[in-house]
Design a protein around this ligand. Structure first.
Ligand code: FAD
Length: 469
């Protein structure tokens, strides 16, 4: 009899895990169960203002963490990728300031370039300049905010690192573990001075050519759609609109209980590719220790407001800019704005239409400021009002879209890696053959989720293979 593997969760992690299982265990019966009526999880693209494939959430993946590029190529999307147009980003701090050159996720690596920026005051720049002579700080406190303030002072933290890292992960960096930002963790673990170490790292990475980000031209959902197509072709049973309520021990393996289904699904092995908070109750009966720890995870909700504004109202001086970030001390609801039509060449205004439009993507809310329960009207008014204030113009959107992402970003609290290791250990002792994977554990970005999906499949293939042989 062939092995039976169930994947719970049809986001990028679960889809990748199922796909890899079809390769690693070609004879196994693979079933993927997704609560929503669509696959893709936090990846979704749709037509907006006449432009196809405008992303409702993630719009790019890192190319230098290779898993997303590799998967795209494997799925036949390799020649259907594009990269952001070169354009500089800014920070709004009582006016627009170009982000100084020579930063690594906001961490300065070049004092001369930092000195030229008016984003920091002279006392702020002088404090940052002390960094190379400070004794080692260590990474024990495990808070991005604490580390950066200690090394570079308050201004580098509040005006550079917190807005940059915070906008990627909807995080409050004072409560965000270094495990969530491997580049900064690596820098701080290997070097006394982050500035000097960062400069060395940048010099090395300058040798690597090619764009840093990529995305499918048809929108990020092209990746999850291609995975779903490959799974259908491989005969995977894809069940949408089916919510798993718990996993229980069976005589041989596990039973997966699905809401509304009388007959549980039998499984030799299970990948739980669901957010930690959702995973906690699923494993309560089979690994109480893992479940308790999973239940303590925090997740931040965000809102994405997309606007189409007439191109002739767009200030000429903003052309060539890709967007801006809003640091916490001057933040209301808006945390970041992407001038999406400038960033993505294929979302350019259409000159042939009667009145060309440009697309803006505006992020609202973060850890500590969840706005997902606000009405569309409130969110739209905040987005239009705040961005108009920042840019010193009055935006007149002709189309808009408000998308809520509750529990969007897992918040890696200090001690994250140890917590995840303990969860994995408890699960492997209590429930061999049941593994967790996804954004809550070993990296939030799409390449890290793909890596975890691949790994979960390989671990289970090894386990199931050895039991069956
Ligand atoms: C607004 C936004 C912008 C982002 N931008 C970027 C970006 O530009 N680049 C980047 O790399 N990353 C970005 N990310 C992060 C990245 O998209 C996510 O971390 C990643 O997609 C998460 O994938 P996942 O499969 O781990 O989880 P999810 O996508 O959350 O998938 C989990 C799935 O499990 C399902 N599920 C939950 N409970 C159950 C249950 N009981 N039974 C069955 N199914 C269940 C859910 O419905 C969901 O579909 C962004 C995220 C957001 C929200």
């Amino acid at each position: 009899m062939s092995a039976s593997v169930v994947v719970v969760g049809g986001g990028i992690t679960g889809l990748t895990a199922a796909y890899r299982l079809t390769k690693e265990l070609p004879d196994a019966t693979v079933t993927l169960i997704e609560a929503d009526d669509r696959l893709g999880g936090k990846i979704r693209s749709s037509t907006f203002a006449g432009v196809d494939g405008v992303d409702e959430a993630a719009d790019a993946f890192l190319t230098r963490v290779p898993e997303a590029m590799a998967l795209a190529a494997e799925l036949g999307l390799g020649d259907r990728l594009t990269s952001p147009a070169a354009g500089s980003a800014s920070v709004w701090w009582h006016g627009m300031h170009s982000i100084p050159e020579g930063l690594m996720l906001g961490v300065p690596t070049d004092l001369r370039k930092l000195a030229r920026s008016k984003l920091l005051t002279w006392p702020g720049k002088l404090r940052a300049a002390l960094e190379p002579i400070l004794p080692a700080t260590g990474v024990g406190a495990d808070s991005v905010g604490k580390l950066i303030r200690k090394r570079f002072g308050k201004q580098v933290h509040e005006r550079l690192v917190d807005p940059l890292v915070g906008s990627i992960y909807a995080a409050d960096t004072d409560h965000f573990s270094l495990d969530g930002v491997p580049q900064i963790l690596d820098l701080a673990s290997k070097n006394r001075s982050l500035l000097i170490g960062g400069r060395r790292m940048r010099a090395k990475s300058a040798a690597v050519t090619g764009p840093i980000f990529a995305t499918p031209i048809a929108g990020m959902a092209a990746l999850t759609d291609a995975l779903a197509d490959a799974l259908r072709a491989a005969g995977v049973d894809l069940r949408t609109g089916a919510t798993v309520t718990s996993i229980v021990r069976a005589d041989h393996g596990w039973s997966v209980l699905i809401e509304g289904d009388d007959a549980p699904l039998a499984a030799d092995a299970i990948v739980l590719a669901t957010p930690a908070g959702t995973t906690a109750p699923l494993v309560a009966g089979i690994s109480p220790e893992a479940s308790r720890s999973l239940a303590t995870f925090h997740h931040a909700g965000v809102v994405m407001v997309t606007l189409a504004v007439p191109a002739d109202e767009w200030p000429v001086e903003l052309q060539g800019y890709s967007g801006y970030l809003v640091p916490k001390p001057v933040q209301r609801w808006v945390t970041a704005v992407s001038f999406a039509s400038s960033k993505w060449p294929h979302w350019q205004p259409r000159p042939e239409s009667a009145r060309p439009l440009i697309v803006l993507r505006i992020s609202l809310g973060r850890d500590g400021r969840d706005l997902t329960d606000r009405s569309d009207d409130e969110l739209l008014a905040a987005a239009v009002g705040e961005v108009s204030d920042h840019l010193g113009i009055v935006l007149h959107p002709v189309e808009h879209r408000v998308v809520r992402w509750p529990m969007a970003f897992p918040q890696y609290r200090p001690g994250h890696a140890a917590r995840v290791a303990a969860i994995e250990e408890a699960l492997s002792a209590d429930a061999p053959g049941v593994v967790v994977a996804g954004a809550s554990y070993h990296g939030i970005g799409i390449p890290a989720c793909i890596r975890q999906g691949n790994l979960a499949a390989r671990v289970l293939a090894g386990l199931v293979g050895s039991v069956r042989s």
